[in-house]
Design a protein around this ligand. Structure first.
Ligand code: SF4
Length: 427
């Protein structure tokens, strides 16, 4: 993620007020993989136990994790975070009270397992999220959970999720029976899924399922302008489903669609941000924390400065100013054509599902706004050859007419092929 504290000039601020995008890179250095310890025995301790502050640093506040009875830090460590190669940062997270951690399918749980092995008193204080791929069988889920528990050296994970659900049809009775068994065995405490496509529909579906405890969803100042999304968030809150926000900065796929150049709109937004007195990235986080239904924001914090800045924003008791909210609302409206809201059922149906348009928009966002072209290229090149070759052959004119964000889909699909279909260079 790119919540990076920056010094900004007036021109930069103009761009921030419009694009609201800050680049950063993943840091990767240090020790190699280490095997985790054998799983611990005995009953699992309660999830989300209040942390014992390890020093006098201001602690990130906590909120209830839905109606589970547990609570979590309102800032979570996650995103494309390579814990194994950033153990010092994991230590900083503990000292700041950031005790909700997300594992990733890419990096697994080995980094956290290494940390737990070195700090055995820490595991009971950490609320850990694990993942399995969408559309998997019982065997797939069993394999992913077993791998995770071995990686983290524990006999339970607090919150186990299906990654990247864009169609609630994957939440089958078979999945539920596996979940019930895993919960009964104490191997998972809570279950849910993450979503960054068709989020409103997925959230509404979750609200109707009494075995879903939490959902990790794209949510930011742009998406909160969508009434369908707000209704779905409210439905989950009514059901006691814990909500964790990801993609919290609302960074654009198409940074060109900004108000970064001098204009009346840019000047108005600039004035509003200046009046708020807060850096834009903090405004974006605070806008989400202002929603009481959101338990936590899962943020990619690749360095100490970012983690400290986000923690300070979390601990700051001041609320959002009206001018800052106005600036966000105005910026979301003025730069809509740069941000894909993930409503893939709208555009992908116009090409008979031949091209994963929303995913390609997300890959471009990783490359252009997150400053992470390697991740974007890896994800693009993981698509089947038949899908990649279909991208330039489609007629996107109907998709463009239906796109609620008025995105230049044809141009961006061409750009995805041009910018991402290259060999991934070594890290
Ligand atoms: S390109 Fe447009 S229609 Fe397609 S998912 Fe993005 S915002 Fe929705």
């Amino acid at each position: 993620m790119t919540d990076k504290q920056i010094e900004y000039s007036r021109r930069d601020l103009l761009k921030l007020a419009g694009a609201l995008g800050i680049g950063s890179a993943i840091s990767a250095s240090g020790c190699g993989a280490a095997p985790g310890p054998p799983p611990a025995s005995g009953p699992p301790p309660a999830s989300g136990s209040p942390p014992e502050p390890s020093n006098t640093r201001a602690q990130v506040p906590r909120r209830p994790f839905g109606s589970t009875g547990d609570d979590v830090s309102i800032l979570a460590l996650g995103g494309y975070f390579d814990a194994l190669n950033n153990l010092a940062l994991v230590d900083s997270a503990v000292s700041l009270g950031i005790t909700y951690w997300e594992t990733t399918l890419r990096f697994g749980g080995q980094g956290y397992g290494r940390y737990f092995r070195d700090h055995p008193d820490t595991r009971p204080r950490i609320f850990l999220q694990g993942k399995t791929r969408a559309g998997g069988t019982r065997d797939d889920m069993e394999r992913d959970l077993t791998t995770l528990l071995n990686d983290i050296g524990s006999n339970y994970v607090d919150f186990f999720t299906i990654q990247g659900v864009d169609d609630p049809a994957v939440l089958t009775a078979d999945v539920r029976s596996w979940v019930d068994e895993a919960k009964a065995a104490g191997r998972i405490h809570y279950f849910g899924f993450s979503t960054h496509n068709n989020m409103a529909g997925c959230l509404q579906a979750a609200a109707g399922l009494d075995w879903i405890d939490g959902v990790v969803t794209s949510y930011n100042y742009r998406l909160m302008q969508d009434s369908a999304m707000e209704d779905a968030i409210a439905a989950c809150a009514d059901r006691g489903i814990a909500l964790t926000a990801i993609k919290s900065q609302g960074l654009p796929t198409n940074p060109e669609a900004t108000i970064g150049e001098p204009s009346d709109a840019a000047e108005a937004s600039l004035a509003q941000f200046q009046a708020s007195g807060l850096p834009p990235h903090q405004v974006r986080l605070k806008a989400i924390w202002a929603k009481p239904h959101i338990a936590s924001i899962c943020s990619f914090m690749p360095d100490e400065a970012t983690m400290l800045a986000n923690s300070q924003a979390a601990a700051d008791p001041s609320g959002m100013t009206g001018s800052a909210l106005d600036a966000l609302r105005g910026s979301a409206r003025q730069t809509a054509s740069g941000y894909c809201t993930g409503c893939s059922e709208i555009c992908e149906s116009t090409v008979a599902g031949a091209v994963p348009i929303a995913s390609l928009m997300r890959f471009l966002m990783y490359s252009r706004s997150y400053g992470d072209p390697r991740r974007a290229q890896e994800e693009f090149n993981a698509l089947p050859t038949s899908v990649r070759s279909a991208i330039p052959k489609q007629d996107y004119s109907l998709a463009e007419r239906r796109c609620p964000q008025c995105m230049p889909i044809r141009r961006l699909m061409k750009a995805a092929v041009r910018e991402l279909s290259v060999s991934c260079s070594p890290a």
